[in-house]
Design a protein around this ligand. Sequence first.
Ligand code: 5GP
Ligand code: ZN
Length: 115
Amino acid sequence: MADDCIFCRIVDGDIPAQVVHQDDRALVFRDVNPQAPTHLLVIPRRHVVSVDHLSPDDEALAGHLLLTAGTAARSLGLEEDGYRVVTNIGRDGGQTVSHLHLHVLGGRSLGWPPG
Ligand code: 5GP
Ligand code: ZN
């Protein structure tokens, strides 16, 4: 756990969040500043900075996060019209919170390519 990490503090319950799904390795909660009608964040409970910081030992965790994104999306009915799973990495990727998270965006048509 990184003391100055917002998402670690959410995992620890120090900062409230609208949790929609959780298990032993992952937490899914609503983004505080949603960019779509449904905007979820899927995070590992363990502090990992980004996809770029995953190691081969994290292969199962990485797969679990992706599967969890799908499970959470389906639980909210997003699969019918489709949705997007995206993760930002570093400065040029637009990452603002240095704790790995998958964004799950749905409920509207999403543009491509991103800005
Ligand atoms: P990034 O820009 O790193 O890809 O995404 C970080 C996301 O975390 C942003 O969409 C931002 O709105 C969200 N966020 C930042 N702080 C909090 C918080 O305290 N609670 C919740 N639920 N979301 C947060
Ligand atoms: Zn963290």
